[in-house]
Design a binder for this molecule. Structure first.
Ligand code: ADP
Length: 334
């Protein structure tokens, strides 16, 4: 379990639920998506209609589930939550769709990971509020059309480009969620601290925000660990120095890199002079699986401008040398 993992696996569901903003006004940042969504929902309410289907794209932990719940709340509608990988067969989807109440919001996380037959069923359901349930097999199989109540599908995906165009085109509105600015994460942290009844100084919030990788879920998780430290080792107040020391204990550095990230970067710099080095060689040097290095560590290092993937292999940037406090060799890039 990584403290800086943006995913929800292993997250304390009760705490996560308690920290979720309940309406658009409480939702921090993402101004454009918020404004656009506000219009979509207001207009639907004025017409007394069900809101158009909404696609939310963005990295894990940026607030897609939260926004889907807000959409339901703003529409005064119930919500059903499921995910692409949970829908193995078209029948699973038919069962969900046919049990929806009128106006209900269906949140489909990781919608790009749905099976093909389920995806095709979804096309018709989104467009005509109808599904064909196939009964029987072989030549005797018959399709029984089933009317559905109007509903709002909120699909979530890490990248809108992962969706086949016919599916993408059936959404009335697509919101792109970006990583959060440190100042926005500070607002998230102040809000969460209040809900958790923890005292946090502005400098303390800034320190945690800077290490949260632009992601509210990570910010909230780091806050809880710093709170533990402040409670056990100090008077419970989160100051900058408490946040620094606490996150030092958990090996999350000033830029939000953890031990794995620094191991990858450290090997690249110290063993391979900053590269280029192949992924396999680098992975062996770190003692991790290729997939772990490529999918877990590298994306953030690339985003932070510390590592580049080139056709000749992985290369450290001058910022990487600086971050680890090392001096690049004379003939290397900086
Ligand atoms: P996703 O579905 O994109 O993985 P979630 O909606 O589950 O992300 O959000 C993860 C956590 O981060 C939630 O507990 C929520 O409280 C918090 N969070 C996300 N976005 C915001 C935001 N804009 N303002 C405040 N808190 C947020």
């Amino acid at each position: 379990e990584r403290l800086v993992d943006a995913g929800a696996a292993g997250e304390d569901q009760a705490i996560e639920a308690a920290l979720r903003p309940k309406n658009l006004g409480e939702f921090v940042g993402q101004e454009r998506v918020r404004e656009q969504l506000d219009l979509v929902l207001r207009a639907a309410r004025q017409r007394g209609a069900t809101a158009d289907h909404v696609l939310l794209s963005g990295a894990p932990g940026l607030g897609k589930t939260t926004l889907s719940m807000i959409i339901a709340a703003e529409m005064g509608a119930p919500i059903r939550i499921t995910s692409g990988p949970a829908i193995q067969h078209a029948g699973d989807l038919a069962a969900i769709l046919s049990s929806l109440a009128e106006g209900e919001v269906l949140f489909l996380d990781e919608i790009h990971r749905m099976s093909r037959p389920a995806e095709e069923m979804l096309y018709m359901a989104m467009e005509d509020f109808r599904v064909d349930v196939v009964v029987g097999k072989g030549p005797g199989a018959t399709a029984i059309p089933l009317e559905l109540p109007p509903f709002t599908l909120v699909g979530a995906t890490t990248r809108a480009g992962l969706l086949p165009p016919p599916l993408r085109d059936r959404f009335g509105f697509t919101g792109h969620m970006d990583f959060y600015e440190p100042a926005e994460l500070e607002r998230v942290l102040h809000r969460s601290a209040q809900l958790l009844d923890v005292e946090i100084e502005p400098d303390g919030a800034a320190e945690i925000a800077g290490r949260s990788r632009g992601t509210p879920r990570i910010a909230n998780r780091l806050l809880r660990r710093v709170r533990d430290y402040a409670q056990v080792k100090a008077d419970g107040v989160i100051t900058r120095s408490i946040a620094e020391t606490a996150l030092g204990v958990y090996e999350v550095d000033g830029r939000g890199l953890d031990r794995l990230d620094r191991a990858v970067l450290g090997a690249l710099l110290k063993l391979f002079g900053g590269g280029p080095v192949g992924l396999s060689t680098l992975s062996v040097a770190v003692g991790e699986e290729r997939e772990t290095v490529e999918e877990v560590a590298e994306p953030f290092l690339v985003r932070e401008g510390l590592l580049a993937r080139t056709p000749r292999g992985r290369v450290a940037t001058p910022a990487a040398w600086e971050h680890l406090g090392l001096r690049p060799p004379q003939n290397a890039g900086g």
